[in-house]
Design a protein around this ligand. Structure first.
Ligand SMILES: [Zn+2]
Ligand SMILES: [Zn+2]
Length: 99
């Protein structure tokens, strides 16, 4: 399934690899895009384009485990950082086993 936002043809979720309908997770959440601190740190375009295409289980899991948008933007703004969160890593392992 081609993704209109990123132009990638990668068919599966970028965390669990399952082929499912995907939604775009902003690694720097939209809620902080107008915050000066983050604008200075990342720049507007980077904040809009840096993200992952995720299935709903992975995506919801991330926002449940890390509900604070500023924390996501500060500490979990790359895929590697996100997977370094023990809860997220565990969640992804669980999602991989789902149909
Ligand atoms: Zn997934
Ligand atoms: Zn998200």
């Amino acid at each position: 399934m081609a993704n209109e936002i990123t132009g990638t043809t990668e068919p599966g979720c970028e965390l669990c690899g399952r082929v499912k309908p995907l939604t775009f997770h902003h690694l720097i959440p939209c809620a902080v895009h107008r915050t000066k601190r983050f604008l200075a740190r990342f720049g507007k375009e980077e904040m809009q384009t840096r993200g992952l295409n995720l299935c709903s289980l992975c995506h919801n899991g991330i926002h449940d485990l890390i509900p604070k948008e500023k924390e996501l933007a500060d500490k979990y703004n790359t895929k590697v950082l996100l997977l370094a969160h023990p809860g997220v890593a565990k969640h992804v392992q669980w999602v991989k086993k789902q149909k």
